[in-house]
Design a protein around this ligand. Structure first.
Ligand code: UDX
Ligand code: ADP
Length: 466
């Protein structure tokens, strides 16, 4: 048994938004450990290995520099799943866990088929003692499933032994490297103290001991779901008030500032917007809802479900506002969409509110010119389920390119360049009357107004306020 053996080789299954950056940071901080990231997606692995560092499959500030330093030294990307699993002392599972689209729990429960497949691969190919770490966000008690699959392999071979830990990742996209380098906490759930210690030792390379929390497996899994649910709840709370502000003359910016100054409430995650996106919030809350329903806790599940309801309502509400302000019809109008990623500093579009707003406008017969500094036209085509060749939307290479001849600008993502726009140049390129819909409350409204724009800003009725 290699229980007291040093962790020399790590394998991570899944080279995505979580696996890629988190393994890059482990490799960077632990030069004596060989980190192998494997994935079934050959194209993704090829991008991770692309000599052109700008071609990495995900955009994350600071990531390219780490990859450039570690790749080929102690960090490797490959599709050699069998080989790397068999040689690893510790295996992280970082595969996708989207919400199920059919069958029992459809629309709420996570689809664990990729986790299960990973566990089966580990059970088949691993050798000796292997620590298996859940990194992907998973429903509570998933570790049980993983354990059961691994135990079945124990029966087959006496030479295999496993210990399962939960080590959820709290990184946010766009700030992943900073979050990984300076985590608020590292959470490790498990039963086998020896294995927990091995994982703690890895983090101790750069994380102070007092920031490493150990719990049982189920507390760790639940804490991850609940952290995301709490954050999402704050966003839905502030977004629910935007509509009230728009009808009463209160300004959500002022209201948010006022409540943020109470240290008990805190200043983070209270920026109003078109609704939260990303791969985690909705999925994790729906997981929570599903598990509460499963245990007969109807009141608890309805409580959390409301957070998602408000989020859906917010993007639909904004879509309706745009149509209504543009004289009740957008048919044959052209709208410039600024931002398609679910938030700034990422090229990720999963659950982006831009998808729903754009699809709604297209259904109404509107033409769209979409610009995002990091999202490709192919990605937008995929999300809209509408090829560019249909000519209902076009891909713009810059802000100015996207506003040429358009009737309105809708700012959806809070990219820095949308905060500093040159309203004079933009107004000259647009049709009159021109509109600005600022769904993030980030634009210089006064400047835009001075250059003739009609304005709608989230959480404020500019007429009522004057
Ligand atoms: C989130 C969690 O923050 C992270 O800990 C977890 O590991 C994964 O899920 P992420 O989805 O990458 O991270 O982004 P986050 O910064 O949390 O933003 C999520 C969504 O909320 C974005 O659409 C963002 O625009 C929105 N948001 C965030 C707001 O609308 N207002 C805010 O004040 C903050
Ligand atoms: P996340 O945001 O959780 O990292 P992603 O979808 O970005 O999710 O990445 C998950 C990755 O896991 C994908 O690249 C996918 O191809 C990979 N993956 C899924 N199942 C397996 C598997 N059984 N073996 C190897 N890789 C897998």
């Amino acid at each position: 048994m290699k229980l007291d053996r040093e962790i020399k080789k790590i394998c991570c299954i899944g080279a995505g938004y979580v696996g890629g950056p988190s393994m890059a940071v482990i490799a960077h901080k632990c030069p004596e450990i060989i980190v192998n990231v494997v994935d079934i997606n050959e194209e993704r692995i090829a991008s991770w290995n692309d000599p052109d560092i700008k071609a990495l499959p995900i955009y994350e500030p600071g990531l390219a520099e780490i990859i450039a330093e570690c790749r080929g030294k102690n960090l490797y990307f490959s599709t050699e799943i069998k080989k790397q699993i068999s040689q690893a002392d510790m295996i992280f599972i970082s595969v996708n866990t989207p919400t199920k689209t059919r069958g029992i729990g459809a629309g709420k429960a996570s689809d664990l088929k990729w986790v299960e497949a990973s566990a089966r691969q580990i059970s088949e190919y691993a050798s000796g003692f292997t620590i298996v770490v859940e990194k992907s966000t998973l429903p509570v008690r998933t570790a049980q499933t993983i354990k059961q699959i691994l135990q079945s392999s124990n029966k087959q071979s006496k030479n295999k032994k496993f210990s399962v830990l939960s080590n959820p990742e709290f990184l946010a996209e766009g700030t992943a490297i900073n979050d990984l380098n300076y985590p608020d906490r590292v959470l490790i759930g498990g039963e086998d103290q020896e294995s927990i210690k091995k994982l703690i030792d890895i983090y101790l390379h750069w994380v102070p001991r007092k920031k490493i929390i150990t719990t049982n497996l189920w507390s760790s899994e639940l804490s991850k779901l609940l952290s995301n649910a709490f954050l999402a709840q704050r966003i839905s709370s502030i977004n629910s008030v935007t509509a009230l502000c728009e009808t009463t003359g209160a300004d959500i910016k002022e209201v948010a500032e006022a409540i943020k100054s109470d240290h008990r409430i805190g200043k983070d995650f209270l920026d109003p917007g078109p609704g939260f996106g990303g791969s985690c919030f909705k999925k994790d809350i729906l997981n929570l809802v599903y598990i509460c329903d499963h245990y007969g806790l109807k009141q608890v599940s309805s409580y959390w479900e409301k957070v998602v309801d408000i989020n859906n309502w917010q993007s639909e509400r904004i879509l309706n506002v745009i149509i209504e302000k543009l004289f009740g019809t957008v048919s044959d109008k052209t709208i410039s969409i600024l931002g398609f990623a679910f938030k700034a500093n990422t090229n990720d579009t999963r659950e982006s509110p831009a998808i729903k707003i754009c699809r709604g406008l297209l259904e109404e017969g509107c033409k769209l010119k979409i610009y995002d500094p990091k999202v490709s036209s192919q990605q937008i085509e995929k999300e809209l389920c509408m090829p560019l060749t249909e000519k209902k939307w076009s891909f713009a290479n810059s802000i100015i390119d996207s506003v040429k001849g358009s009737d309105a600008i809708v700012v959806i993502t809070e990219w820095q360049e949308f905060k500093d726009m040159d309203w004079e140049s933009l107004s000259k390129k647009m049709r009159s009357p021109s509109w600005l819909f600022d769904t993030r409350s980030i634009c210089d409204i006064e400047e835009a107004k001075n250059h003739g724009f009609n304005i709608w800003r989230i959480g404020a009725d500019l007429n009522l306020m004057n």
